[in-house]
Design a protein around this ligand. Structure first.
Ligand SMILES: NC(=O)c1ccc[n+]([C@@H]2O[C@H](COP(=O)([O-])OP(=O)(O)OC[C@H]3O[C@@H](n4cnc5c(N)ncnc54)[C@H](O)[C@@H]3O)[C@@H](O)[C@H]2O)c1
Ligand SMILES: NC(=O)c1ccc[n+]([C@@H]2O[C@H](COP(=O)([O-])OP(=O)(O)OC[C@H]3O[C@@H](n4cnc5c(N)ncnc54)[C@H](O)[C@@H]3O)[C@@H](O)[C@H]2O)c1
Lengths: 210, 210
């Protein structure tokens, strides 16, 4: 089993390779990949070695071939339909983020309980009534949900997600530990940006470049 | 030297302890802490052991004592003044996030180049003209900057940050690798939420609970 920290770095390498390919860069060394992802060349080679041998030309990796391999490892070669629950200031900012689309994750719907927001368009998607969550998720084959509702509403949303069999993964921005009442396996990642500031103050005091 | 992945988890444990203390919970076991942070009790004990011995009563850790210790490790016991550069949809959503204030990071200013936004109040802070960046950063003793400008504006911002000696840490949301031209050590953390979706699809396909 691959450690999660390695998977996180592989995701970073892939995002970086996407950007290099956009600029027409055909080859990248482990040193360059390390600089862009603020890791070390040894770490890059160690992480990639989990997944077998990667063809390295004299001066580095073929960016096209390496991205294809990393996409297969992360199961990212298919397109995923994603929804955002909570079309408030965070939800609407995420709906407009081009980075999701660039990586094959299409935000196809937002959900909200506020009548003023229902029917609005944000980014490429429309805001639907949370009452129609189950129907819309099925119709649009939505497999991932991003949570951006206030803390107070989390229990209702946990209820909905427990019953929506289509949803297989959750990116949670609400600062609580969510628990679903369901037997199906659902991957959950919590994001807390305040945590990043804790890490930043640690790095500042250590005088380290991260 | 403590591995970065350990520092990231310690930040997660501290955010979780903050929430438990808010609910008046006085003791927590490594099992409960692991459940809340989606790690394992062994991982919790291993991470904490980097930093010395932690008093464990028969049933677990004292939440107050443990938070104090982790705050000291992360150098989070002092208050930090933070600014956000780019008061658009992401910047304004972050300015309103209560989580920063709860952890002792005060967003005291936003900066923007759009005259329509300058002078507005977002969260607890006002939007200043980016032209006055250096003066405001000095006057308000701002040590950290969160970047939320479009890709196209990043070079101007790198210029500004290179010259602003007060700034010691950067939380970067712009999907590029930022490089500062300065000798002083500046800690930089890149955040790319699209990367989180890559990890989510990996976990879904592995059928793992994360
Ligand atoms: N993790 C982070 O770093 C981070 C950063 C910013 C915000 N947040 C969190 O994200 C959440 C949203 O923050 P925000 O600033 O966008 O808040 P907001 O109030 O602007 O938006 C919340 C939206 O959720 C909708 N809503 C409320 N109850 C609902 C329900 N039952 N079903 C559907 N929609 C519902 C509201 O109508 C509103 O549009 C909060 O929990 C906040 O703490 C987290
Ligand atoms: N990393 C992530 O996961 C993530 C998620 C969402 C958005 N983003 C990124 O965050 C950035 C902001 O996104 P957004 O949706 O808020 O965009 P936006 O257009 O809504 O906001 C950008 C703001 O920056 C201001 N600005 C432009 N040039 C400036 C300059 N030179 N100095 C000061 N202010 C300037 C604009 O006036 C505007 O208010 C983008 O780069 C986007 O790619 C990243």
């Amino acid at each position: 089993n691959v450690p999660l920290a390695t998977v996180e770095r592989v995701a970073k390498y892939l995002r970086c390779l996407n950007r290099l390919r956009e600029k027409g860069i055909k080859v990248v060394s482990s040193k360059e990949l390390a600089e862009h992802t603020r890791t070390s060349p040894e770490q890059v080679r160690k992480d990639l070695s989990y997944f077998g041998r990667f063809g390295k030309t004299g001066t580095g990796y073929d960016t096209q071939k390496l991205s294809r391999k990393l996409e297969r490892i992360l199961k990212a070669q298919r397109k995923w339909n994603v929804c955002i629950i909570g079309a408030g200031s965070l939800g609407s900012a995420l709906a407009r983020y081009q980075g999701f689309k660039d990586t094959g994750y299409n935000v196809v719907a937002l959900f909200d309980s506020d009548p003023e927001k229902i029917g609005e368009k944000m980014g490429q998607a429309e805001v639907y009534d949370i009452e129609n969550f189950k129907d819309v998720v099925k119709k649009k084959d939505i497999k991932m949900a991003i949570l951006a509702v206030p803390k107070e509403s989390i229990e209702e949303i946990e209820e909905l997600l427990s019953k929506a069999n289509n949803i297989r993964g959750i990116l949670n921005f609400v600062p609580v530990t969510i628990k679903l009442k369901t037997r199906r396996k659902v991957a959950i990642i919590d994001v807390d940006l305040a945590q990043k500031l804790y890490i930043l103050s640690y790095l500042i005091k250590r005088g380290r470049e991260m």
